[in-house]
Design a protein around this ligand. Sequence first.
Ligand code: HPA
Length: 273
Amino acid sequence: MPGILQQLQETSSFIKSLYPHTPQVGIVLGSGLGNFAQEIQVEKEIPYEAIPHFPVSTVEGHHGKLIFGELGGKKVVVMAGRFHFYEGYTPEQVVYPIRVMKHLGIGYLLLSNAAGGVNPAFKVGDLMVITDHISLSTINPLIGKNHSELGPRFPDMSEPYSKALIKKVRAIAAAAGIKLQEGVYFGVTGPTFETRAEYKLIHRLGGDAVGMSTVQEVIVAIHMGLPVFAVSVITDIGIREEDNIITHEEVLQAAKEAEPKLTIIFKQLVAGL
Ligand code: HPA
């Protein structure tokens, strides 16, 4: 097994042989948020299964693709589909594409996800700018030998979500009349949605939203010194008192409905970087 740097070099040179430009911004699209890709002037698409050292899909059929192109006058690389720990990938596999995008040259990482609301003030369809996260119940992807070529052994996590990018997004949303929530994303492994007691506990522990992705990606981005902006689409309210069954279909539908707001924010944020 080659070292991480050699793997990243092999993956990057394969990608560069198909798409020679340097992307400036990396974007990850969460569940139900794939339509955003239509905003991109696509220059090249590469299915994950064609890319050396990318995780091999655990499910039948194609898992996703990297989309290269232009958005708001910038070169972007978009992950349409991400890898989740609950699918059986190791934490290192989950974050490998983030490391690849950094190695390709991105200067910013924008993430989106579908998440359950545990702040009682939230409504389905709200966008929540992630200002911080709690990763106590996810597996840290930096466990193991530190790849000192990529970053330090003990990364500082006092500003995992760039304050400068959050400030830009607040201005964009205000000008566009989009209401934004802000809060703490509580990472869990899934794949079960939470029990009623767990939603309550997560809220007591300081979470405003809960989800099964993002945290591990943010950790490796910070390890590499990459500024991150992340936003959750609140697709269900776990904390409500009445009987509350949450389905994957409900999550996808709510994400789809909120997508136009997310599109405005990502598009304008990229244009202004
Ligand atoms: N919990 C965890 N992950 C989620 C949820 C949720 O309620 N909704 C969407 N992703």
